[in-house]
Design a protein around this ligand. Sequence first.
Ligand code: SAM
Length: 421
Amino acid sequence: MHYYLWTIGCQMNFADSRRVAEELQKLGFQEAGRPEDADLVLLNTCVVRQSAEDKVVGRLTSLSSLKRRPQDLSAPPTVALMGCFVTEIPSLQRRYPWIDAFIKPSDIDSVIELAKQRVTIQYLTSDIQPPTSNPVSAGIPISYGCDHLCTYCVVRLRRGPEVSHPVEEIVAEVQGLVGGGVKEITLLGQNVDSYAFGLADLLEAVHEVEGLERIRFLTSHPVDMADRLIETAARLPKVCEYVEIPVQSGDDAILRRMGRGYTVTGYRELVARIRAAMPGAGLATDVIVGFPGETEAQFEATYRLLEEVRFDVVHVAAYSPRPGTPAERLADDVPPEEKERRRKAVDHLQERIAGEINARLLGQTVEILVETRRRGKWQGRTRTNKLVFVPVSEEDWTGRLVPVRITWTGPWSMQAEVVQS
Ligand code: SAM
C-alpha cells in the first residue's frame, strides 16, 4: 500500500501532514513519489489567499484523471481532501463527485479511519513499521482554530473557534518525538500565545523533557503576547530567541478596519519589551498590502514601520478577498498592479534589511542544530532561525548542535565553517 500526500499552507497543515504520514506508516503504508503510484491520495489544502485556493483547484483538476485509470491496470486510488478547502461538503461533493472523502481541517482520526478501510486485514495485523523519516525538528499543533475576528481572514470560518490540547497530551507527544530522535519542537497555533492552558506554563512543562534541545512557538498574535510569556521564553534556556508576531499594517485606521485590536504604538512597545527581554532575538512578521481603502500614505506608514523595527523576516502578501469574511463586503479598490508594486517594495526593503542584519554575524560563532544534508552541505539553523550551510564532514551530523563561525552572509542564508573545540 502506498500513499501520496500533497500539502500546501501554514505550518499547522505541514504538522498535520507529518502526523498523518506517521500514522499511515504505522499501518504499513509507504510513501509514493507520484499520485499515479498511490493507493491513497491525500491533499491537505489551504485557502488563506486566492492563490493557494487556485493551486488546490489546479491540483484537483490534474488528479481527476487518476479515477479514470483503466480498471485492468490497477484499482483507482482512494482520494481524500482535507484542510481549509473543505467546507460546505454537499457543494464540494457536487463539484468533485469523484473524490471519496472530504475531511475537516486537522481531523487526522478520520484520515486514518479512511486509510484503514483501504488496507487489508493482513496489513492491520502485521508488524508495525517504524516511520521511515526521523526528523530533527517537528511541529506540534497545540491549538486549532481562532478566536480573533480579523476582517480579512477565513481561518475562523474554516477552522472554527480555538480549541486547545491539554498540557499532558502535548508533553506526551513531545516525549514520543524526542524518543524517536527529534531535538527541536515547534509549538504551533494560529495564535499560539492564546493557548487556553497558558503558553508560559506549557513552555515550562515541555522544557522538562529530557533529550529535547530546542523549543520554538509560532505564530503569536500581538494582543495575546503577555509579559509573563515573554519573561518565561527569555528565561528558559531551551526556548529559542525567535518570535513571529504579525503586524499586518503600520497604520492605525487600517489596523482598526482589519479588526486587529492593537495600535501601531502598542505594537512598537511590544517589540521593545521582547527585545529588552531577549536581546538579539530573531523577529518575523506578516504584512498585508492593498487592504481595501489603503492609501499610498497608509502603505508608506507600513513601509516606515518595517524600516524602523528592522525585522529579520517579513512575510508579505497582497490582500486577497476571501468569501464570507467581513472585508469581502468592502470595495477591493487597490488595483492588482498597485498591490504588486507595494508587495515588491516591501520585498526589496526586506532583502536589504535582512542582508544588513545577517552581515553583522560575519566572523561570529553561533550554534546551529543540523537538520539535514543538502546539496553537499550540512543544513542547520541558529537559535534565531537563520539558515546556515556548512561544508560536509565525514561524520553524520544530523541532529547535532554544532558551533560554527559564519564565513559568508546573504539575506536568506549564510555559510559557515566548523569551530574546532
Ligand atoms: N497569528 C497570526 C496573526 O496574528 O494574524 C495569524 C496567521 S494567519 C492565519 C496567516 C497570514 O496570512 C496572516 O498573518 C496574513 O498576513 C495572511 N492572510 C490572511 N488572510 C489574508 C487575506 N485575505 N489576504 C492576504 N493575506 C492574508
